[in-house]
Design a protein around this ligand. Structure first.
Ligand SMILES: NC(=O)c1ccc[n+]([C@@H]2O[C@H](COP(=O)([O-])OP(=O)(O)OC[C@H]3O[C@@H](n4cnc5c(N)ncnc54)[C@H](O)[C@@H]3O)[C@@H](O)[C@H]2O)c1
Length: 282
């Protein structure tokens, strides 16, 4: 399938990034959200990002204009009925996502592909809630989408080979590198990353070293751009905790139990950078 029109559902942080990259790759995009103000905010944000790229000489002004012109704001799945492919990036809530998938499956063509950007909800369960579940797949972009190279593709139990091939081709058209994961908690990146961040919380809790020394050790000792506690603050400690809980519950092994210190920081509202306080103050 040659995807020409992409529906992006949810105009938050991730949806806006997906819409921007798709439009820059030449796709027509319908960006929809339940809240029309957020669609306008996302469009303004995309314009500002592209203008900055023009200012830095990374993009021609006419390319930026053409990309913006390819994105149409919308408010219901009906407005995207002509889309070949939909990527859902709404709030991480299973009930909300299932409703979005049901609306999309009714509004779009029978052969349109329906992808979810979920970080933690089983693709198989979302697929089971719609007709023709073989066209449902996980397409997990990383944040921020215009910067991060990776897309994890997750096949649900029902996903067809054709759906997988079209999703991979779309990600590549958007300039991304893909990896394929089975539909297991955390997929690949969070399965490995979150236990490492959680272990850094245990190390801090036990007084192994200061937060600064844990981060410096990992940064300089393993050549990563950010130490684990700085990265946890960046992701959001509430997000880290909820993914740790998904791993713990879904894999049923106590080695994934969230560090009590992580839970305590979340209880205190110290959610990291977005709350101006986490393991560090901002
Ligand atoms: N933020 C990240 O770092 C990150 C990374 C990878 C994947 N994800 C996943 O991407 C998804 C979106 O995350 P986000 O950070 O962009 O969230 P966000 O809160 O910034 O955006 C979610 C958007 O969905 C909209 N929305 C809610 N219900 C809707 C509905 N029924 N129909 C249409 N729009 C609706 C909201 O109005 C909001 O604009 C989640 O599933 C999340 O797990 C997030």
């Amino acid at each position: 399938m040659d995807v020409k029109t992409l529906a992006v559902v949810g105009a938050g942080q991730m949806g806006a990034g997906i819409a921007q990259v798709a439009a820059q790759s030449g796709l027509s995009v319908v960006l929809l959200d339940v809240n029309p103000d957020l669609v306008q905010k996302a469009l303004a944000g995309i314009r500002a990002q592209l203008d900055r790229a023009v200012g830095k000489g990374k993009l021609k002004p006419e390319e930026a204009q053409a990309a913006v012109a390819r994105i149409k704001g919308a408010s219901s799945a009906q407005d995207a009925s002509h889309a070949d492919f939909a990527v859902e990036a709404v709030t991480e809530n299973e009930t909300v996502k299932k409703k979005v998938f049901q609306d999309l499956s009714r509004a779009l063509r029978q052969d349109a592909i329906l992808a979810t950007n979920t970080s933690s909800i089983p693709i198989t369960r979302i697929a089971a809630s719609v007709e023709r579940p073989e066209r449902v797949i996980g397409m997990h972009f990383m944040n921020p989408v215009p910067v991060m190279q990776l897309v994890e593709i997750i096949r649900g139990a029902q996903t067809s080979d054709g759906t997988y091939a079209a999703t991979r081709a779309l990600a590549e058209k958007m300039g991304k590198t893909t990896v394929l994961s089975k539909d297991m908690p955390g997929f690949i990146v969070n399965r490995i990353l979150i236990p490492m961040l959680n272990e850094a919380c245990f190390a801090l809790q036990e007084g192994l070293a200061s937060a600064e020394d844990i981060d410096t050790a990992m940064k300089l000792g393993t050549n990563v751009p950010m130490g684990p506690l700085t990265l946890a603050d960046f992701i959001g400690l509430d997000t880290c905790l909820s993914i740790a809980e998904v791993l713990h519950e879904g894999l049923g092994d106590d080695k994934y139990r969230p560090a009590p210190l992580l839970r305590q920081y979340v209880d205190a509202g110290w959610l990291g950078r977005k709350a101006k306080r986490g393991f560090y103050s901002y």
